[in-house]
Design a protein around this ligand. Sequence first.
Ligand SMILES: C[S@@+](CC[C@H](N)C(=O)[O-])C[C@H]1O[C@@H](n2cnc3c(N)ncnc32)[C@H](O)[C@@H]1O
Ligand code: SF4
Length: 419
Amino acid sequence: MVTSPCIPIAPEAAADATTALQQSAQALPQYLRAGTLQLASLPPLSLYVHLPWCLKKCPYCDFNSHAWREDGALPEQAYLAALRADLDAALPLIWGRRVQSVFLGGGTPSLFSPDAIDQLLADIRARVPLGPDAEITLEANPGTFERDRFAAFAQAGVNRLSIGVQSFDDAKLQALGRVHDARQAHAAVDEAARHFASFNLDLMFALPQQDMMGCEADVRAALAHQPPHLSLYQLTLEPNTLFARQPPPLPDDDLGADMQQAVAEWAEAAGLQRYEVSAYAAPGHRCQHNLNYWQFGDYLGIGAGAHSKISFAHRIVRQTRWRHPQRYMEQADRGAAVETQTEVARRDLPFEFMLNALRLREGVPIGLYAQRTGMPESSIARAVQTAQAKGLLHPNPDHLQTTPLGFLMLNDVLKGFLP
Ligand SMILES: C[S@@+](CC[C@H](N)C(=O)[O-])C[C@H]1O[C@@H](n2cnc3c(N)ncnc32)[C@H](O)[C@@H]1O
Ligand code: SF4
Protein backbone atom coordinates (compact mmCIF):
# COMPACT_ATOMS: atom_id res chain seq x y z
CA MET A 1 0.00 0.00 0.00
CA VAL A 2 1.31 3.52 -0.78
CA THR A 3 1.79 5.67 2.38
CA SER A 4 -0.01 8.95 2.04
CA PRO A 5 2.29 11.99 2.52
CA CYS A 6 -0.61 13.58 4.52
CA ILE A 7 -0.24 11.11 7.39
CA PRO A 8 2.18 12.62 9.97
CA ILE A 9 4.81 10.35 11.51
CA ALA A 10 4.28 10.00 15.27
CA PRO A 11 7.43 11.05 17.32
CA GLU A 12 7.89 7.54 18.75
CA ALA A 13 7.93 6.16 15.25
CA ALA A 14 10.49 8.68 13.95
CA ALA A 15 13.45 6.44 14.81
CA ASP A 16 12.00 3.83 12.47
CA ALA A 17 11.42 6.32 9.67
CA THR A 18 14.09 4.95 7.40
CA THR A 19 12.89 1.38 7.80
CA ALA A 20 9.30 2.47 7.24
CA LEU A 21 10.26 4.30 4.06
CA GLN A 22 12.13 1.28 2.81
CA GLN A 23 9.16 -0.95 3.56
CA SER A 24 6.72 1.38 1.83
CA ALA A 25 9.03 1.56 -1.19
CA GLN A 26 8.99 -2.23 -1.36
CA ALA A 27 5.19 -2.17 -1.13
CA LEU A 28 4.98 0.10 -4.17
CA PRO A 29 4.02 -1.62 -7.38
CA GLN A 30 7.21 -2.65 -9.17
CA TYR A 31 6.65 -0.18 -11.98
CA LEU A 32 6.64 2.83 -9.64
CA ARG A 33 9.85 2.00 -7.78
CA ALA A 34 13.11 3.74 -8.55
CA GLY A 35 15.10 2.09 -11.33
CA THR A 36 18.12 2.60 -13.52
CA LEU A 37 16.45 3.99 -16.64
CA GLN A 38 15.69 7.68 -17.03
CA LEU A 39 12.81 8.24 -19.43
CA ALA A 40 12.19 11.96 -19.83
CA SER A 41 8.76 11.30 -21.32
CA LEU A 42 6.64 8.27 -22.10
CA PRO A 43 6.30 7.08 -25.71
CA PRO A 44 3.05 6.98 -27.70
CA LEU A 45 0.75 4.16 -26.65
CA SER A 46 -1.14 1.71 -28.88
CA LEU A 47 -3.68 -0.94 -27.98
CA TYR A 48 -3.58 -4.45 -29.47
CA VAL A 49 -6.56 -6.79 -28.99
CA HIS A 50 -6.11 -10.46 -29.83
CA LEU A 51 -9.11 -12.41 -31.10
CA PRO A 52 -7.79 -15.98 -31.24
CA TRP A 53 -10.20 -18.02 -33.37
CA CYS A 54 -10.07 -19.07 -37.03
CA LEU A 55 -12.27 -21.27 -39.18
CA LYS A 56 -9.37 -23.69 -39.51
CA LYS A 57 -5.69 -23.74 -38.51
CA CYS A 58 -3.39 -23.06 -41.49
CA PRO A 59 -0.41 -25.46 -41.73
CA TYR A 60 2.21 -22.68 -41.80
CA CYS A 61 0.80 -20.54 -38.99
CA ASP A 62 2.47 -20.13 -35.62
CA PHE A 63 0.15 -17.42 -34.34
CA ASN A 64 -1.98 -18.04 -31.28
CA SER A 65 -5.01 -19.11 -33.26
CA HIS A 66 -7.48 -21.92 -32.67
CA ALA A 67 -10.06 -23.57 -34.95
CA TRP A 68 -13.40 -22.53 -33.48
CA ARG A 69 -15.66 -25.18 -34.95
CA GLU A 70 -13.98 -27.69 -32.62
CA ASP A 71 -15.43 -25.88 -29.64
CA GLY A 72 -18.94 -25.22 -31.01
CA ALA A 73 -20.22 -21.63 -31.19
CA LEU A 74 -17.80 -18.73 -30.90
CA PRO A 75 -18.03 -17.53 -27.27
CA GLU A 76 -18.29 -13.88 -28.30
CA GLN A 77 -19.97 -12.50 -25.22
CA ALA A 78 -17.78 -14.41 -22.77
CA TYR A 79 -14.67 -13.26 -24.62
CA LEU A 80 -15.82 -9.63 -24.69
CA ALA A 81 -16.41 -9.83 -20.93
CA ALA A 82 -12.89 -11.22 -20.45
CA LEU A 83 -11.42 -8.42 -22.56
CA ARG A 84 -13.25 -5.83 -20.45
CA ALA A 85 -11.95 -7.40 -17.24
CA ASP A 86 -8.45 -7.60 -18.73
CA LEU A 87 -8.48 -3.93 -19.77
CA ASP A 88 -9.94 -2.83 -16.42
CA ALA A 89 -7.14 -4.60 -14.56
CA ALA A 90 -4.50 -3.06 -16.85
CA LEU A 91 -5.70 0.54 -16.52
CA PRO A 92 -3.42 1.50 -13.60
CA LEU A 93 -0.42 0.78 -15.84
CA ILE A 94 -1.48 3.30 -18.49
CA TRP A 95 -3.36 5.80 -16.37
CA GLY A 96 -4.22 9.02 -18.24
CA ARG A 97 -2.35 8.03 -21.40
CA ARG A 98 -3.98 8.58 -24.79
CA VAL A 99 -4.24 5.56 -27.05
CA GLN A 100 -3.15 6.53 -30.56
CA SER A 101 -4.12 3.36 -32.47
CA VAL A 102 -6.06 0.15 -31.99
CA PHE A 103 -5.32 -3.11 -33.81
CA LEU A 104 -7.81 -5.99 -33.65
CA GLY A 105 -5.64 -8.91 -34.71
CA GLY A 106 -5.77 -12.67 -34.67
CA GLY A 107 -6.66 -15.30 -35.42
CA THR A 108 -9.47 -14.06 -37.60
CA PRO A 109 -11.19 -11.09 -35.96
CA SER A 110 -13.65 -10.88 -38.88
CA LEU A 111 -15.30 -14.02 -37.47
CA PHE A 112 -16.64 -11.79 -34.70
CA SER A 113 -19.99 -10.23 -35.55
CA PRO A 114 -20.10 -6.51 -36.34
CA ASP A 115 -22.23 -6.06 -33.19
CA ALA A 116 -19.48 -7.65 -31.13
CA ILE A 117 -16.82 -5.42 -32.73
CA ASP A 118 -19.05 -2.39 -32.11
CA GLN A 119 -19.39 -3.43 -28.45
CA LEU A 120 -15.64 -4.03 -28.16
CA LEU A 121 -14.80 -0.57 -29.51
CA ALA A 122 -17.41 0.98 -27.19
CA ASP A 123 -15.84 -0.89 -24.25
CA ILE A 124 -12.42 0.46 -25.23
CA ARG A 125 -13.65 4.05 -25.66
CA ALA A 126 -15.32 3.87 -22.25
CA ARG A 127 -12.00 2.99 -20.61
CA VAL A 128 -9.19 4.75 -22.45
CA PRO A 129 -8.91 8.14 -24.17
CA LEU A 130 -8.99 7.38 -27.88
CA GLY A 131 -8.51 10.27 -30.30
CA PRO A 132 -11.26 10.84 -32.90
CA ASP A 133 -8.70 10.24 -35.68
CA ALA A 134 -7.10 7.15 -34.11
CA GLU A 135 -6.30 4.40 -36.60
CA ILE A 136 -8.49 1.36 -35.87
CA THR A 137 -7.47 -1.72 -37.88
CA LEU A 138 -9.26 -5.04 -38.08
CA GLU A 139 -7.71 -8.18 -39.60
CA ALA A 140 -10.09 -9.95 -41.95
CA ASN A 141 -10.03 -13.11 -44.02
CA PRO A 142 -11.43 -12.96 -47.54
CA GLY A 143 -14.17 -15.60 -47.17
CA THR A 144 -17.68 -14.69 -48.35
CA PHE A 145 -18.95 -14.96 -44.77
CA GLU A 146 -16.51 -12.27 -43.63
CA ARG A 147 -16.85 -10.07 -46.73
CA ASP A 148 -20.56 -9.55 -46.16
CA ARG A 149 -19.65 -7.89 -42.88
CA PHE A 150 -17.09 -5.34 -44.11
CA ALA A 151 -19.62 -2.48 -44.40
CA ALA A 152 -20.87 -3.15 -40.88
CA PHE A 153 -17.31 -3.22 -39.48
CA ALA A 154 -16.80 0.25 -40.97
CA GLN A 155 -20.07 1.37 -39.36
CA ALA A 156 -18.79 0.06 -36.02
CA GLY A 157 -15.80 2.41 -36.23
CA VAL A 158 -13.09 0.30 -37.87
CA ASN A 159 -11.29 2.65 -40.29
CA ARG A 160 -8.64 0.33 -41.71
CA LEU A 161 -9.01 -3.26 -42.87
CA SER A 162 -6.12 -5.71 -43.23
CA ILE A 163 -7.07 -8.60 -45.51
CA GLY A 164 -5.16 -11.88 -45.37
CA VAL A 165 -5.18 -12.66 -49.10
CA GLN A 166 -1.84 -14.60 -49.14
CA SER A 167 -2.17 -15.44 -52.86
CA PHE A 168 -4.52 -14.91 -55.81
CA ASP A 169 -3.68 -18.36 -57.22
CA ASP A 170 -6.13 -21.16 -56.40
CA ALA A 171 -3.47 -23.89 -56.47
CA LYS A 172 -1.24 -21.91 -54.08
CA LEU A 173 -4.16 -21.14 -51.77
CA GLN A 174 -4.89 -24.85 -51.62
CA ALA A 175 -1.25 -25.67 -50.92
CA LEU A 176 -1.39 -23.16 -48.05
CA GLY A 177 -4.53 -24.82 -46.68
CA ARG A 178 -6.55 -21.63 -47.00
CA VAL A 179 -10.33 -21.77 -46.88
CA HIS A 180 -10.85 -19.07 -49.54
CA ASP A 181 -10.22 -19.11 -53.29
CA ALA A 182 -8.88 -16.48 -55.72
CA ARG A 183 -12.35 -15.29 -56.77
CA GLN A 184 -13.30 -14.66 -53.15
CA ALA A 185 -10.00 -12.86 -52.59
CA HIS A 186 -10.66 -10.43 -55.48
CA ALA A 187 -14.25 -9.88 -54.33
CA ALA A 188 -13.09 -9.19 -50.77
CA VAL A 189 -10.53 -6.61 -51.91
CA ASP A 190 -13.17 -4.84 -54.06
CA GLU A 191 -15.54 -4.78 -51.10
CA ALA A 192 -12.82 -3.42 -48.79
CA ALA A 193 -12.03 -0.64 -51.29
CA ARG A 194 -15.73 0.36 -51.26
CA HIS A 195 -15.88 0.81 -47.50
CA PHE A 196 -12.39 1.71 -46.32
CA ALA A 197 -10.25 4.67 -47.38
CA SER A 198 -7.26 2.75 -46.06
CA PHE A 199 -6.73 -0.98 -46.26
CA ASN A 200 -3.88 -3.48 -46.38
CA LEU A 201 -3.40 -6.73 -48.26
CA ASP A 202 -1.19 -9.46 -46.76
CA LEU A 203 0.52 -11.48 -49.46
CA MET A 204 3.13 -14.19 -49.06
CA PHE A 205 5.76 -15.20 -51.61
CA ALA A 206 8.22 -18.11 -52.03
CA LEU A 207 5.18 -20.39 -51.75
CA PRO A 208 5.29 -24.15 -52.29
CA GLN A 209 6.49 -24.82 -55.88
CA GLN A 210 6.24 -21.14 -56.79
CA ASP A 211 8.44 -19.87 -59.61
CA MET A 212 9.31 -16.27 -60.45
CA MET A 213 6.48 -16.00 -62.97
CA GLY A 214 3.92 -17.21 -60.46
CA CYS A 215 5.29 -14.79 -57.87
CA GLU A 216 5.04 -11.91 -60.33
CA ALA A 217 1.47 -12.83 -61.31
CA ASP A 218 0.46 -12.81 -57.64
CA VAL A 219 2.05 -9.46 -56.82
CA ARG A 220 0.69 -7.87 -60.00
CA ALA A 221 -2.80 -9.18 -59.18
CA ALA A 222 -2.52 -7.46 -55.81
CA LEU A 223 -1.18 -4.22 -57.31
CA ALA A 224 -4.02 -4.14 -59.88
CA HIS A 225 -6.34 -3.39 -56.96
CA GLN A 226 -4.24 -0.30 -56.13
CA PRO A 227 -4.09 -1.11 -52.42
CA PRO A 228 -3.02 1.84 -50.24
CA HIS A 229 -0.89 -0.62 -48.22
CA LEU A 230 0.68 -3.97 -49.03
CA SER A 231 2.53 -6.39 -46.74
CA LEU A 232 4.76 -8.85 -48.58
CA TYR A 233 6.10 -11.70 -46.45
CA GLN A 234 8.41 -14.49 -47.50
CA LEU A 235 6.83 -17.76 -46.32
CA THR A 236 8.90 -19.17 -43.46
CA LEU A 237 8.74 -22.58 -41.84
CA GLU A 238 7.85 -21.80 -38.25
CA PRO A 239 8.62 -24.37 -35.54
CA ASN A 240 5.54 -26.13 -34.15
CA THR A 241 3.62 -25.97 -37.41
CA LEU A 242 2.55 -28.72 -39.77
CA PHE A 243 4.81 -27.26 -42.48
CA ALA A 244 7.83 -27.53 -40.17
CA ARG A 245 7.09 -31.22 -39.58
CA GLN A 246 6.23 -31.99 -43.22
CA PRO A 247 7.94 -29.26 -45.27
CA PRO A 248 6.42 -28.58 -48.69
CA PRO A 249 8.77 -28.05 -51.65
CA LEU A 250 9.74 -24.39 -51.28
CA PRO A 251 11.91 -22.24 -53.58
CA ASP A 252 15.58 -22.46 -52.56
CA ASP A 253 17.31 -19.60 -50.71
CA ASP A 254 18.68 -17.96 -53.86
CA LEU A 255 15.30 -17.90 -55.58
CA GLY A 256 13.69 -16.68 -52.35
CA ALA A 257 16.19 -13.79 -52.19
CA ASP A 258 15.61 -12.96 -55.87
CA MET A 259 11.87 -12.94 -55.24
CA GLN A 260 12.33 -10.59 -52.28
CA GLN A 261 14.21 -8.15 -54.46
CA ALA A 262 11.74 -8.47 -57.33
CA VAL A 263 8.57 -8.00 -55.23
CA ALA A 264 10.07 -4.82 -53.77
CA GLU A 265 10.81 -3.48 -57.25
CA TRP A 266 7.31 -4.26 -58.58
CA ALA A 267 5.60 -2.68 -55.59
CA GLU A 268 7.78 0.44 -55.71
CA ALA A 269 7.27 0.82 -59.46
CA ALA A 270 3.53 0.83 -58.72
CA GLY A 271 3.96 3.78 -56.34
CA LEU A 272 4.07 1.94 -53.02
CA GLN A 273 7.06 2.92 -50.95
CA ARG A 274 8.86 0.18 -49.05
CA TYR A 275 9.06 1.85 -45.64
CA GLU A 276 9.81 -1.28 -43.63
CA VAL A 277 11.26 -4.70 -44.40
CA SER A 278 7.85 -6.15 -45.39
CA ALA A 279 5.59 -3.08 -45.57
CA TYR A 280 4.78 -0.91 -48.60
CA ALA A 281 2.50 2.12 -48.57
CA ALA A 282 1.10 4.84 -50.77
CA PRO A 283 1.74 8.37 -49.40
CA GLY A 284 -0.27 8.93 -46.22
CA HIS A 285 -1.11 5.25 -45.71
CA ARG A 286 1.70 3.93 -43.52
CA CYS A 287 0.35 1.79 -40.71
CA GLN A 288 0.43 4.01 -37.63
CA HIS A 289 0.03 1.07 -35.28
CA ASN A 290 2.99 -0.87 -36.65
CA LEU A 291 5.09 2.30 -36.95
CA ASN A 292 4.68 2.71 -33.22
CA TYR A 293 6.09 -0.80 -32.66
CA TRP A 294 9.05 -0.10 -34.93
CA GLN A 295 9.72 3.24 -33.25
CA PHE A 296 9.87 1.37 -29.95
CA GLY A 297 6.62 2.87 -28.73
CA ASP A 298 4.45 1.33 -26.04
CA TYR A 299 1.61 -1.10 -26.56
CA LEU A 300 -0.87 -2.69 -24.25
CA GLY A 301 -1.90 -6.09 -25.61
CA ILE A 302 -5.10 -7.61 -24.27
CA GLY A 303 -6.65 -10.95 -25.20
CA ALA A 304 -5.34 -14.52 -25.24
CA GLY A 305 -1.56 -14.68 -25.55
CA ALA A 306 -1.20 -10.94 -26.24
CA HIS A 307 2.11 -9.21 -25.53
CA SER A 308 2.58 -5.76 -23.98
CA LYS A 309 5.46 -3.33 -23.63
CA ILE A 310 4.84 -0.54 -21.19
CA SER A 311 7.27 2.17 -20.13
CA PHE A 312 7.50 4.00 -16.83
CA ALA A 313 9.84 6.73 -15.68
CA HIS A 314 12.54 4.25 -14.60
CA ARG A 315 11.76 0.93 -16.24
CA ILE A 316 10.25 -0.87 -19.22
CA VAL A 317 8.01 -3.83 -18.54
CA ARG A 318 6.89 -6.65 -20.82
CA GLN A 319 3.82 -8.77 -20.17
CA THR A 320 2.23 -11.81 -21.77
CA ARG A 321 -1.37 -12.94 -21.26
CA TRP A 322 -2.48 -16.57 -20.80
CA ARG A 323 -2.30 -18.17 -24.20
CA HIS A 324 -5.12 -20.67 -24.42
CA PRO A 325 -8.46 -18.87 -24.96
CA GLN A 326 -10.37 -20.86 -22.32
CA ARG A 327 -7.66 -20.42 -19.69
CA TYR A 328 -7.34 -16.76 -20.62
CA MET A 329 -11.06 -16.14 -20.13
CA GLU A 330 -11.06 -17.83 -16.72
CA GLN A 331 -7.99 -15.90 -15.59
CA ALA A 332 -9.21 -12.56 -16.97
CA ASP A 333 -12.52 -12.92 -15.14
CA ARG A 334 -10.48 -13.24 -11.94
CA GLY A 335 -8.52 -10.11 -12.77
CA ALA A 336 -5.41 -12.21 -13.50
CA ALA A 337 -5.08 -12.26 -17.30
CA VAL A 338 -1.31 -11.63 -17.13
CA GLU A 339 0.75 -14.83 -17.10
CA THR A 340 4.24 -13.33 -17.13
CA GLN A 341 5.64 -9.91 -16.35
CA THR A 342 9.32 -9.10 -16.73
CA GLU A 343 11.37 -5.96 -16.70
CA VAL A 344 13.54 -5.38 -19.78
CA ALA A 345 17.15 -5.49 -18.60
CA ARG A 346 19.41 -2.53 -19.41
CA ARG A 347 21.77 -4.77 -21.32
CA ASP A 348 18.98 -5.96 -23.65
CA LEU A 349 17.67 -2.51 -24.58
CA PRO A 350 20.18 -1.60 -27.32
CA PHE A 351 19.37 -4.77 -29.27
CA GLU A 352 15.61 -4.54 -28.67
CA PHE A 353 15.51 -0.93 -29.82
CA MET A 354 17.60 -1.60 -32.94
CA LEU A 355 15.67 -4.77 -33.79
CA ASN A 356 12.64 -2.55 -34.33
CA ALA A 357 14.06 0.77 -35.48
CA LEU A 358 16.39 -0.60 -38.16
CA ARG A 359 13.50 -2.40 -39.86
CA LEU A 360 12.42 1.09 -40.95
CA ARG A 361 13.97 2.01 -44.27
CA GLU A 362 14.35 5.65 -43.21
CA GLY A 363 15.62 4.69 -39.77
CA VAL A 364 15.04 7.00 -36.79
CA PRO A 365 16.65 10.15 -35.34
CA ILE A 366 19.38 9.10 -32.93
CA GLY A 367 17.68 11.08 -30.14
CA LEU A 368 14.83 8.56 -30.20
CA TYR A 369 17.14 5.95 -28.67
CA ALA A 370 17.54 7.86 -25.38
CA GLN A 371 13.90 8.95 -25.40
CA ARG A 372 12.55 5.43 -25.75
CA THR A 373 15.06 3.40 -23.73
CA GLY A 374 15.98 5.89 -21.01
CA MET A 375 19.65 5.04 -21.69
CA PRO A 376 22.41 7.40 -22.89
CA GLU A 377 23.45 7.42 -26.55
CA SER A 378 26.93 6.43 -25.37
CA SER A 379 25.58 2.92 -24.66
CA ILE A 380 25.34 2.23 -28.41
CA ALA A 381 28.14 4.52 -29.65
CA ARG A 382 30.74 1.81 -30.17
CA ALA A 383 28.38 -0.61 -31.96
CA VAL A 384 27.13 2.23 -34.17
CA GLN A 385 30.70 3.21 -35.09
CA THR A 386 31.58 -0.39 -35.94
CA ALA A 387 28.52 -0.78 -38.17
CA GLN A 388 29.28 2.56 -39.85
CA ALA A 389 32.87 1.51 -40.48
CA LYS A 390 31.60 -1.68 -42.17
CA GLY A 391 29.29 0.38 -44.38
CA LEU A 392 26.17 -1.11 -42.77
CA LEU A 393 24.89 2.10 -41.15
CA HIS A 394 24.91 5.57 -42.71
CA PRO A 395 27.67 7.77 -41.26
CA ASN A 396 25.13 10.44 -40.23
CA PRO A 397 25.78 11.37 -36.56
CA ASP A 398 22.14 12.47 -36.03
CA HIS A 399 20.35 9.51 -37.53
CA LEU A 400 20.29 5.73 -37.22
CA GLN A 401 19.67 4.23 -40.63
CA THR A 402 20.92 1.19 -42.49
CA THR A 403 22.72 1.62 -45.81
CA PRO A 404 21.25 -0.44 -48.69
CA LEU A 405 23.87 -3.10 -47.80
CA GLY A 406 22.92 -2.97 -44.11
CA PHE A 407 19.22 -3.27 -44.99
CA LEU A 408 20.02 -6.47 -46.92
CA MET A 409 22.18 -7.80 -44.06
CA LEU A 410 19.99 -6.66 -41.19
CA ASN A 411 20.73 -9.69 -39.02
CA ASP A 412 24.46 -8.98 -39.20
CA VAL A 413 23.90 -5.34 -38.26
CA LEU A 414 21.76 -6.37 -35.29
CA LYS A 415 24.34 -8.84 -33.97
CA GLY A 416 26.55 -5.87 -33.16
CA PHE A 417 23.96 -4.65 -30.63
CA LEU A 418 23.56 -7.93 -28.73
CA PRO A 419 24.49 -7.75 -25.04
C1 LIG B 1 -1.75 -12.57 -37.84
S1 LIG B 1 -1.43 -13.30 -39.36
C2 LIG B 1 -3.01 -13.73 -39.91
C3 LIG B 1 -4.07 -12.83 -40.33
C4 LIG B 1 -5.28 -13.59 -40.91
N1 LIG B 1 -5.81 -14.50 -39.96
C5 LIG B 1 -4.89 -14.38 -42.12
O1 LIG B 1 -4.38 -15.48 -41.99
O2 LIG B 1 -5.15 -13.93 -43.21
C6 LIG B 1 -0.80 -11.97 -40.29
C7 LIG B 1 -0.02 -12.37 -41.52
O3 LIG B 1 1.18 -13.00 -41.23
C8 LIG B 1 1.62 -13.69 -42.38
N2 LIG B 1 2.14 -15.00 -41.98
C9 LIG B 1 1.58 -15.89 -41.15
N3 LIG B 1 2.37 -16.98 -41.04
C10 LIG B 1 3.45 -16.79 -41.83
C11 LIG B 1 4.61 -17.55 -42.17
N4 LIG B 1 4.82 -18.76 -41.65
N5 LIG B 1 5.51 -17.00 -43.00
C12 LIG B 1 5.32 -15.78 -43.53
N6 LIG B 1 4.25 -15.02 -43.26
C13 LIG B 1 3.31 -15.50 -42.42
C14 LIG B 1 0.40 -13.85 -43.29
O4 LIG B 1 0.56 -13.06 -44.45
C15 LIG B 1 -0.72 -13.32 -42.44
O5 LIG B 1 -1.72 -12.70 -43.18
S1 SF4 C 1 -6.33 -17.82 -40.73
FE1 SF4 C 1 -4.51 -16.59 -40.23
S2 SF4 C 1 -4.28 -16.65 -38.00
FE2 SF4 C 1 -5.74 -18.25 -38.62
S3 SF4 C 1 -4.53 -20.09 -38.75
FE3 SF4 C 1 -4.59 -19.20 -40.80
S4 SF4 C 1 -2.80 -17.84 -40.90
FE4 SF4 C 1 -3.11 -18.34 -38.78
